[in-house]
Design a protein around this ligand. Structure first.
Ligand SMILES: Cc1ncc(COP(=O)(O)O)c(C=O)c1O
Length: 379
């Protein structure tokens, strides 16, 4: 028996059309997009362009040339932070952030480039917008927050945070690694200046693809300089999006797979996917609450969360619980700190962490019932 409840690490299985699209690219027209003028290259470029259009429409970005492809969310976040921040800037993040936000900022702080403030969250992982307001300084350039927590499933009030940042003329970047594809995200109405996403989780694409969506007037300097297939007569790197942030050959197979992932979501209806996953997560949570000696973290039953539940069994190490779940019963979860040490400090599970169960649109009630039964046995 294989029960995959580690979709927050990467979603599996992938929808059949994702596999078909990648196979078709590799088999039928696997050329480099935007480089050569032949018809395979033109077809690959058309696929890349259509993926940008699809993502721009999904996130209500001002235009598709503001959709930048990177290898993953980590590269997207690093690109934005290193390309935007200058000496003397102050940055605010929350305790619920992932190491892909914390570590580049700690690096910039330790090198004397920026000042960093990390604001507290409550025990369920929510940011209090009032705490944020009290942390602004005259040199605050950027606020970065997670959207859906990879530890607790908590959904941050991004629209409210975006409004506060806009009123203070401060840039707002959202890490949508866990929410893109399942929660509605509207760059323009939510006042998000920069959105970082990854393609291989709730967007159902393959690993190795992610990106940024950037508001019109924000200039991010490129970390990389090189070939773009455009302006080849010039010896310096182009300054226009998306080329300026996409040096080198793109992950075309990944982009085409991501396009199919987004198409799958749109065909199923994002609302339907969300509704089904909320119901199943609530069902899981309600069953877990009936079991003695289970400690649950994050929002309570009835509060909307992304489909992630972290728990501990009293007097057990999370790594032992995850090991037994996998070894004895074929249930795949993730134990530990989930690259988010500060989030675990917030919910009181540092240093050993918790066992995380993360669902996808392919998770069934039977799988949840089986999992509940085995958690009872281990307990
Ligand atoms: C909240 C959050 N941010 C960033 C990342 C990094 O994503 P990637 O590994 O695709 O770079 C993850 C991945 O687990 C995540 O959960």
């Amino acid at each position: 028996m294989n029960i995959y409840l580690d979709n927050s690490a990467t979603s599996w299985p992938k929808p059949p059309n994702v596999i078909e699209a990648i196979t078709s690219y590799m088999t039928d027209f696997g050329a480099s997009p935007g480089r050569s003028g032949h018809h395979f290259s033109v077809k690959a470029a058309k696929e890349v362009f259509e993926t940008r259009e699809l993502l721009a429409s999904l996130f209500n970005a001002p235009s598709s040339d503001r959709v930048i492809f990177t290898a993953n969310a980590t590269q997207a976040i690093n690109t934005a932070l290193f390309g935007l921040l200058k000496k003397g800037d102050h940055v605010i993040i929350s305790h619920m952030e992932h190491n892909s936000v914390i570590r580049p900022l700690r690096h910039l702080e330790q090198n004397g480039i920026i000042e960093l403030s990390i604001i507290d969250c409550d025990r369920e992982g929510y940011i209090n917008p009032e705490t944020l307001k009290n942390s602004f300084k005259s040199n605050t350039k950027l606020v970065v927050t997670i959207h859906g927590s990879n530890v607790t499933g908590t959904i941050q009030p991004i629209k409210q945070i975006g409004e506060i940042c806009k009123s203070k003329n401060i840039l707002y970047m959202v890490d949508a690694s866990q929410s893109a594809g399942i929660l509605p995200i509207d760059l323009q109405n939510d006042n998000i200046d920069i959105l970082a996403f990854t393609g291989h989780k709730e967007l159902y694409g393959p690993t190795g693809i992610g990106g940024l969506c950037i508001k019109n007037d924000i200039q991010i300097e490129s970390l990389l300089h090189g070939g773009t297939g455009s302006k080849s007569e010039i010896e310096t790197h182009p300054l226009f999006y998306p080329d300026s942030l996409e040096a080198g050959t793109l992950n075309t197979a990944g982009i085409i797979g991501l396009k199919a992932g987004v198409q799958y979501i749109l065909d199923q209806g994002m609302d339907n996917i969300l509704k089904k996953q909320i119901q199943l997560t609530d069902y899981f949570l309600s069953k877990l609450k009936e079991i003695d000696n289970i400690i649950l973290y994050g929002p309570d039953l009835g509060e909307v969360r992304i489909p992630i539940i972290s728990l501990n069994i009293k007097n057990s190490m999370p790594s032992d619980v995850a090991f037994i779940l996998d070894k004895e019963y074929g249930i795949m979860t993730r134990a530990g700190l989930h690259c988010s040490p500060l989030a675990h400090k917030t919910i009181g599970t540092f240093p050993h962490g918790a066992v995380r169960f993360s669902l996808s649109c392919f998770t069934t009630e039977e799988e949840i019932n089986y999992t509940i039964d085995k958690i009872k046995k281990i307990r």
